[in-house]
Design a protein around this ligand. Structure first.
Ligand SMILES: [Zn+2]
Length: 578
């Protein structure tokens, strides 16, 4: 792959060349010098931050023939060069994510018992180790219980929480951190200079920001830009390559938020969606920008920011009229959207809801009003149009009732009016514009709870519809577990935990055995394309009592479901019929 070659070419060959992760380098270096290298390491952290680069350096260091331990890996001896070139048969690299053949991975691991052919130590580098098949995982676990002296295992994963304790306890663990925008940009400049590429001001930062701390992604982008042709790489080129609506659209949205202009804010969101841009990336850019604004507003310290001069001017203008408490709430609100945006079948709806929510003063107990006396202030930036609140302020509160902008005639996502009025308890608005005005004032409960519950139940409904297939897929991996599942059914989803109801303590205990649990989680995650854990229970909750139960029940109503489908909506409030 062409986009990988710059990364490979500039992959660090010695510890000195490695960018970042100084704490890991230091510890590993000492281990090499003092000759107390462990038999198993676990490198955890996001993708592209140097886990496999570090693993290769360690593989070289333990095999390097340089007489001075402190100089290992030297990058020049036969061992070092053969590993760097990928010729060393004793360094076995596996990517568990792409290694689909179950027996294959297990066999490879079991071959660890054979002595190395050429080098001093056999080194296994297993990337995305949490994706190993059950059989391979068991082989690995067995090996780690009594590793042969000639072998070292370096396990890497982006999802540390999926590594069972049995493995964790046998590994020395290192956490890799993301590269800062400044560090990534500096590295990009250095490589660009060496490659005779010219980068316009702002371009390295834009690439780094988009790469979110992944050096591999950043270099991939640089390489693509370099292939465009002659002349300097401009900021515009970077933005158009990355589909960075970002800068301009993010700025437009923040300006609208600061103005309290719901219409303009929704137009900004829909503009991005219409361009087919990645809404999750846009939301991350938004959060990143709000965070910069918050830092700047709170400290006035420009050294805390990774921004260029032009951006600084914009931030200064915003900071003068921003409200710190509102910024905090906005960041909380928007940063919590990532999961929903990943799992929702409703496109950019969660972001739209959050935008509206961020600009209306009425909050449930979970937002803005958490501190008494502070209610509404946090989330009420200057509103352009003010409607009288329909809810009376609690008598004991001194603070003024929250203000809310009445919705402008905004361009709604759903174009057509409904054929007939929905049922009273239906979540669907009678007209989109009215929805925007009415939805915020109506809920008595925390709107975030509604959003979270709807997202959870969307997942639950998918699992329920896939349950038979899930059981079927479990069978080839374990008929016993499949049999167990006949007495177990999904009853709830809590964020990324799926709650399963077992018919007895025995069934619960059996399913919760790590090996069985892993089979079920693997199959579920494969079906859903997500990262869910399972939790087993034998108690049915008094489901219909609480808010979640009510939403769950309401979603089962055919009329409600039809309305949700027509309007691509979800439930924001439930009123009792009495
Ligand atoms: Zn060497």
């Amino acid at each position: 792959m062409a986009s990988q070659s710059l990364y490979r070419k500039w992959r660090s060959q010695t510890f000195d060349e490695l960018i970042g992760q100084e704490h890991v380098v230091q510890t590993l270096r000492n281990a090499i010098i003092e000759e107390r290298v462990a038999h198993a390491y676990l490198f955890t952290g996001p993708r592209g931050v140097g886990k496999t680069s570090m693993a290769r350096l360690l593989a070289k260091a333990v095999n390097c023939t340089d007489p001075a331990p402190a100089a290992r890996p030297c990058g020049r001896c036969a061992a070092c060069t053969s590993i760097a070139d990928g010729r060393a048969v004793d360094v076995i690299e596996m990517d568990a994510a792409s290694h689909t053949s179950v027996d294959d991975a297990r066999e490879i691991i079991e071959r660890v018992q054979f002595r190395p052919a050429e080098l001093q130590s056999k080194v296994y580098i297993i990337d995305e180790v949490h994706m190993l098949s059950t059989a391979a995982f068991n082989a690995l676990l067995k090996t780690l219980e009594e590793p042969p002296d000639h072998a070292i295992f370096i396990l890497a994963t982006t999802e540390a929480h999926k590594i069972p304790a049995t493995i964790l306890s046998r590994c020395q663990r290192f956490t890799f951190t993301r590269h800062s925008v400044a560090a990534t940009s500096a590295h990009l400049r250095q490589i660009a200079a060496a490659e005779h590429l010219e980068l316009d001001p702002g371009a390295p930062e834009a690439i780094s920001r988009a790469a979110t701390g992944s050096m591999r992604d950043a270099l991939g982008v640089l390489e693509q830009l370099a292939s465009f042709g002659q002349g300097a790489i401009t900021l515009e080129q970077v933005q158009s390559l990355l589909g960075m609506t970002a800068a301009a659209e993010v700025n437009a949205l923040i300006a609208a938020l600061l103005d309290g202009d719901v219409g303009a804010a929704l137009r900004a969101v829909n503009g991005v969606a219409d361009q087919g841009a990645d809404i999750r990336q846009f939301t991350r850019d938004l959060v990143e920008r709000l965070r910069a604004l918050l830092l700047f507003r709170a400290t006035g310290d420009r050294s805390l920011l990774d921004v260029g001069e032009d951006e600084l001017l914009v931030l200064e203008g915003w900071a003068a009229r921003a409200d710190t408490a509102a910024l905090v709430e906005w960041i909380k609100l928007f940063s919590g959207l990532d999961f929903q945006l990943r799992t929702t079948p409703y496109g950019h709806l969660p972001l739209e809801l959050a935008v509206v929510e961020s600009l209306v003063g009425v909050r449930g107990s979970g937002f803005g009003g958490r501190e008494s006396g502070d209610r509404g202030r946090a989330a009420a930036p200057p509103a352009r149009a003010v409607a009288p609140p329909r809810q009376a302020a609690p008598p004991s509160r001194a603070a003024p009732p929250p203000v809310m902008p009445r919705a402008e005639p905004v361009a709604p996502p759903a174009a057509e009016p409904p054929p007939e009025s929905p049922a009273p308890e239906s979540p669907a608005p009678e007209s989109p514009a009215e929805d925007l005005a009415a939805a915020p004032v109506a809920p008595a409960a925390d709107p975030e709870a509604f959003i979270a519950a709807n997202a959870d139940f969307t997942v639950l409904e998918r699992i329920e519809s896939l349950w038979e297939e899930i059981k079927r897929d479990v069978r080839p991996r374990s008929p016993t577990v499949q049999a167990l599942l006949h007495s177990i059914r999904p009853i709830d989803v809590e964020s990324n935990t799926i709650v399963l109801l077992a018919s007895s303590q025995f069934h619960k205990d059996s399913l919760e055995k790590p090996v069985n649990r892993k089979i079920v989680e693997d199959v579920i995650n494969k079906q859903l394309g997500g990262i869910f854990a399972i939790r087993c229970t034998i108690e049915t909750k008094a489901e219909s009592r609480d808010l979640r139960g009510q939403i769950r029940e309401a979603r089962k109503d055919e009329l409600v479901r039809a309305a949700m489908n027509i309007f691509e909506a979800h439930i924001v409030d439930i009123e009792s019929e009495t």
